[in-house]
Design a binder for this molecule. Structure first.
Ligand SMILES: [Zn+2]
Length: 628
């Protein structure tokens, strides 16, 4: 197939396959000339190289000049190194603004490339695809039916930080960009937290355009096989049924069309059960909303993750990505009525989600019985497991790339809600106390969520709260994306609180209720709590000094009237019972007996609470119609 593809590629881009012109100043001048067909640096170098970001800027402006009614060239924001992030809006329907698209009811599709800037096939493929659409006068051009918004490079700083060896598990181009942004943030884990200027700009653009489908173009990270592209759609599970069906229909048609073109696509991202033995099994990858495709599903939209096969040569990868885009965009165009209807219906359904069960996370069930296992045939290579491996020892895999092999591999794709993450959504919504408004509000705005700022004080509000037990707070010991992830558990229970004017109420019944729940329910894998934004709620900030604790323990045992003076009669009356309990524990619990700190804590723990807001989850839930 590879040879066929090369021939096809050469037929398509004839002049580039037989010339190898290095990038020169003159070629940039050529790009700026408005009456010549634009060729990319990648094409001019026979796909040995990829252009610098100046090429994207030049092309963006050049396309807009040449096709003023079909293209708008814009800047969506600045990177942390103050580079402009360009995007192109393309339409054959005079629909170059979000407002016109809403009025004309046209689907909008986002095509994002260069999120991981070393995986840059998507940039070259999408610029070539856009050029082809602009030159294509036929009636089946997707631009006649949809508005396409192209972000050729999302991680612009990473793209410009080029190096020879930044993608060790990838064949070309000669220099590759960096995976992370200049501040070392992985943008495809930043969709919920949006801690980068790049993602803030992207969410702003998404809020403006409300894309029906988001396509995110990547390259796999290393497994050796012969499939040239893998596609993952969302929602694939957990979403509204009609929307999930639409997403799967889009995936299935795309896979069929790609196969007809001679490609070998996979309809999932392959994750190995045992990385030294692909035949041991593959597990369906489950991504949380921090990833682009799952994030789209949280907005009741379709997200697609495209992963070209990293070990394929760069020209073939660009060709695969080019074909995948072609098939995807034509399929979306053909299925757009169904997709838009499913999304509208999903929006309506999520507006009445209050009080229903909702799963914040999913897991794959791996059956114990082998007979229940599904087997898939993967186009692999022969391999050997060396144990002990020469030189380094241990267990290592060695592929024989000269010998193809079919792997009859167990595939685990039985996805179920993770039981611990299943919640009942509040009937009414969430309440952000005034003290936490400046922490939470920016996220509500970034994600385009509806909320109400409360205008009155309410000193006796019935709410639900979570009081977290100290042992149910787990701080991660290492950082992720520069944050300390934190996992808490606990149940919502009735609580009374005073609400100050300026607090915020967020209704659950809105089209983006999934995003509301994911941000504010602490069990959400990408909740604000999980990302460590509420950590001060769980940090001990005051304590009883040991000498004071010891003094109080002595009072309880030797000078009880001092306890009565300090804490009142109630605690004083409990002391005889406490003494009995202590004596009994000393008799029966040897570990307690040899632990002076535990013995001290026994007495101290009965004293009135020192820090009433410690371990009180800072968001409340509202079950009644108080703020409707
Ligand atoms: Zn990637």
């Amino acid at each position: 197939m590879n040879k066929l593809l090369v021939l096809f590629l050469c037929a398509l881009f004839a002049q580039i396959c037989f010339s190898s012109v290095p990038l020169k100043q003159s070629s940039i001048k050529k790009l700026n000339s408005s009456d010549e067909k634009v060729h990319l640096v990648s094409e001019k170098t026979n796909f040995k190289e990829t252009g610098k970001y100046s090429e994207v800027k030049d092309l963006c402006r050049k396309f807009a000049l040449k096709y003023p009614r079909q293209i708008a060239c814009k800047v969506m924001g600045l990177t942390s190194e103050q580079r402009e992030i360009y995007y192109l809006i393309s339409s054959n329907k005079d629909a170059l603004t979000p407002e016109i698209n809403v009025r004309k009811k046209l689907p909008v599709v986002f095509i994002i490339a260069g999120t991981h800037a070393g995986e840059i096939d998507g940039k070259d493929a999408s610029l070539m695809k856009l050029r082809e659409f602009l030159e294509n006068k036929s009636s089946d051009n997707p631009l006649n039916k949809m508005t396409l918004v192209w972000i050729p490079v999302f991680n612009v700083d990473g793209h410009e930080h080029r190096g020879r060896f930044q993608r060790p598990n990838q064949e070309g181009p000669f220099e590759q960009g960096e995976r992370t942004t200049a501040r070392r943030i992985n943008l495809n884990r930043d969709w919920m937290l949006a801690q980068t200027p790049e993602m803030k700009s992207m969410l702003n653009l998404i809020n403006q355009w409300n894309p029906a489908v988001t396509i995110d173009l990547h390259v796999t990270d290393g497994l050796r096989f012969r499939h040239d592209v893998s596609l993952t759609v969302a929602p694939e599970f957990g979403g509204e049924a009609e929307l999930t069906r639409s997403a799967k229909a889009l995936l299935n048609q795309t896979l069929t069309s790609l196969e007809e073109m001679g490609h070998h696509p996979l309809g999932f991202y392959p994750r190995l059960l045992d990385k030294e033995d692909p035949k041991a099994g593959l597990i369906l990858d489950i991504d949380t909303p921090r990833n682009s495709h799952t994030y789209a599903a949280m907005r009741n939209r379709i997200g697609i993750l495209v992963e070209d096969y990293a070990w394929e040569s760069y020209p073939l990868r660009v060709k695969t990505c080019f074909d995948t885009l072609d098939v995807l965009l034509n399929t979306i165009s053909a299925q757009s009525e169904n997709i838009l209807r499913a999304e509208r219906n999903a929006d309506e359904l999520t507006k009445s989600k209050g009080g229903s069960l909702y799963s914040l996370d999913f897991e794959v069930d791996i059956p114990q019985t082998k007979s229940l296992t599904k087997i898939v045939d993967i186009l692999g290579y022969k391999y050997e497991i060396l144990n002990p491996a020469p030189i380094v020892g241990g267990r290592q895999i060695s592929y024989n790339l000269k010998e193809a092999e079919i792997w009859h591999t167990p595939f685990y794709d039985d996805v179920r809600p993770n039981k611990q993450s299943v919640i009942t959504l509040p009937s009414s919504g969430y309440l952000v106390p005034l003290a936490w408004v400046d922490v939470v509000k920016p996220y509500l705005d970034m994600h385009g969520l509806s909320y109400k700022v409360l205008k009155n004080n309410n000193f006796n509000m019935n709410v639900q709260a979570i009081r977290v037990q100290p042992e149910d707070v787990i701080f991660e010991s290492s950082s992720f994306q520069g944050r300390q992830m934190t996992y808490i558990s606990g149940e919502w229970i009735p609580h009374t609180t005073a609400i100050q004017k300026g607090s915020i109420f967020i209704p659950i019944n809105q089209t983006k209720s999934s995003l509301v729940a994911h941000l504010l329910e602490p069990k959400g894998p990408d909740s604000m709590s999980a990302w460590g934004l509420f950590n001060t709620a769980y940090e001990i900030s005051d304590y009883v000094a040991n000498h004071r604790a010891f003094e109080l323990v002595r009072w309880m045992n030797e000078d009880e009237h001092k306890i009565k003076e300090l804490y009142g009669e109630e605690l004083f009356n409990q002391i005889p019972q406490l003494k009995n309990e202590y004596a009994r524990k000393m008799q029966i619990d040897e570990s307690f007996k040899i632990d002076p700190q535990a013995r001290l804590n026994f007495w101290i723990s009965v004293l009135p609470q020192q820090d009433p807001s410690l371990n009180l989850y800072p968001i409340f839930r509202i079950q009644n119609n108080a703020f409707k």
